[in-house]
Design a protein around this ligand. Structure first.
Ligand SMILES: C[S@@+](CC[C@H](N)C(=O)[O-])C[C@H]1O[C@@H](n2cnc3c(N)ncnc32)[C@H](O)[C@@H]1O
Length: 516
């Protein structure tokens, strides 16, 4: 990759105002939503209309079109551009420079996907450029097996799982276009990004250069192989976890399938993290896990056993569970095969045979956060749970939230019940209470505590728990509040204590109550 040409491209993209907001302004919200669904027609029509309004032509080359519009038509919508249009959009780099950098072919057609990206985390807003392979929208065909994925829904999910607390070193395992490295580099001195695909590393190299990020080192290789013997403060990975039958005729997509049987790749990443995390270091992963006839059919129990056997702490959140048939359909369609076609039937048979061979009854998908214990003799904390309620359209700060949960657990582990009764707790600022009454009734039939951030939990509470949470203002101790509630509700104080304390511990770990 030519550094001088890449610097010219970066300057041109910045000058063009090639941003997410600018594109949405150009083609409007509806076209934007259509594009997210893989339909480029509304966006194309909107940009053509802009061109036509100026010069009576809808050609990509009309000079009156803004540079951002030309870039979008070429690099997002897959339209060819004549040299003069490319030079309008990229005046420093020029059409020849664009060809030399491998951005377009001789016919002016994009050879890669180059798009703006924006995000907000605790450190503020960022606007980046992301280079990846052309997607189905531009190609108009199914993806090739060595496709380098751009930023998708799973990428955004993982980005939200990356904590913002500064660390020295991060490992980004399976970097693809480099999106997680960009996020990770915001909160780390150095990042090592690996991938089994040299093509992915090429795209990541361009992505990093276009955003002037110099703290990321790229390495080629299988899983942890390129970092043998090294440890990191943080590992982030959206691994190629898609479960794929290992039989002839089933396409192997590098971007989503790590070439193992069943969920073995996720197991390998979880177990491997133990050898590559510094003491106290954390790993933030997405994954799939199979529910099998064995082990009582519990997929989360399988993940728990990987974590426990690796000697790690862990917090696993299952966000979705699919039947084998649903799972097969999801990933066969993702590969561009239409349900009901003969090819689909053949692939679905292969998938269901593969699941049947291991007694798979369902597949779970979710988040895995791991922590290397600081002390080998400390009690392990492994929590697995199902949270399938929506987190909002763009969840942020989940990584920080989970880390706070680990720390809350550590503090609680050091407090026996007597010590906990002496603590002054505060209700978190994002907690609200909801009460429902039968018409005319004085007492609520339902009381719910709702968490605004984090995992947006809804907790069913009774009058005692709601009273305790409501009175937790950092002034009164837990013991004082329980004493007052026992008087008010006319119940035995000891029994109330036994009933409430485990629930208080749960609310502290899940962030609805905080220890001062
Ligand atoms: C689902 S993509 C994730 C890309 C990117 N990190 C993101 O979050 O969007 C998985 C990546 O893992 C890479 N990969 C596949 N098999 C691998 C392996 N055995 N070792 C390392 N990387 C692998 C793929 O090339 C791909 O770039």
């Amino acid at each position: 990759m030519d550094a001088a040409l890449t610097a010219l491209l970066r300057a041109d993209l910045l000058d063009a105002g090639y941003t997410v907001d600018r594109l949405r302004q150009l083609w409007g919200d509806e076209a934007d939503a259509a594009l997210a669904r893989g339909d480029r027609v509304p966006a194309r029509r909107a940009l053509e209309a802009l061109g036509a309004a100026g010069v009576g032509t809808s050609a990509v080359g009309s000079r009156e079109q803004g540079a951002a519009s030309i870039l979008a038509r070429v690099f997002l919508l897959g339209e060819p551009a004549p040299d003069d249009a490319l030079t309008t959009a990229l005046p420093r780099l020029g059409a020849q420079g664009a060809r030399e950098l491998g951005l377009v072919d001789d016919a002016g057609r994009a050879m890669l996907d180059l798009r703006p990206y924006s995000s907000i985390d605790a450190g503020g807003a960022v606007q980046w450029f992301i280079a990846s392979d052309l997607g189905e929208v531009s190609l108009g065909t199914a993806l090739p097996a060595d496709h380098v994925l751009g930023v998708g829904g799973a990428s955004l999910t993982l980005a939200a799982l990356i904590p913002t607390e500064p660390v020295d070193s991060v490992l980004d395992l399976g970097t693809g276009c480099g999106i997680q490295s960009l996020h990770a580099a915001r909160h780390a001195q150095r990042v090592v990004a690996t991938d089994i695909s040299s093509r992915a590393l090429e795209r990541a190299r361009l992505t990093l250069a276009l955003n002037d990020v110099t703290s990321v080192e790229l390495r080629l290789g299988d899983l942890f192989e390129p970092v043998a013997g090294e440890r990191f403060d943080r590992i982030v990975s959206n691994p190629p976890f898609v479960i794929t039958p290992r039989v002839e005729g089933v396409p192997v997509y590098e971007y989503r399938d790590g070439g193992r049987v069943g969920d073995a790749i996720v197991e390998q990443v979880v177990r491997g993290a133990a050898d590559h995390l510094s003491p106290g270091g954390t790993a933030h992963l997405l994954g799939n896990w199979e529910y099998r006839d064995a082990m009582g059919g519990d997929g989360l129990a399988r993940v728990r056993s990987w974590i426990t056997e690796a000697g790690l702490d862990g917090w696993v959140v299952e966000r979705e569970r699919q039947s084998p048939a649903e799972y097969a359909a999801t990933w066969i369609r993702d590969g561009g095969t239409r349900v009901g076609s003969p090819e689909y039937d053949e692939l679905a048979t292969a998938w269901l045979d593969d699941f049947a061979a291991r007694g798979v009854t369902a597949v779970g998908f979710g988040y895995v956060v791991l922590r290397q214990p600081v002390r080998a003799d400390a009690a392990r904390f492994v929590r697995t749970e199902v949270i399938n309620s929506p987190l909002g359209s763009a969840p942020t700060g989940i990584g920080d939230h989970v880390l706070a949960g680990f720390r809350a657990h550590d503090r609680l582990a050091a407090l026996d019940d007597t010590a906990l009764l002496a603590e002054r707790l505060s209700v978190a600022g994002d907690v609200t209470e909801e009460r429902h009454y039968w018409p005319g009734d004085e007492n609520p039939t339902v009381i719910r505590l709702r968490q605004g951030g984090g995992f947006a939990r809804t907790i069913d509470a009774d009058a005692a728990l709601a009273g305790l949470v409501g009175a937790s203002d950092g002034e009164l101790t837990v013991g004082e509040i329980i004493g007052a509630l026992a008087d008010l509700l006319e119940v035995d104080e000891g029994a109330l204590r036994d009933d409430l304390l485990p629930r208080v511990r749960e609310l502290v770990v899940t962030g609805l109550l905080t220890l001062d």
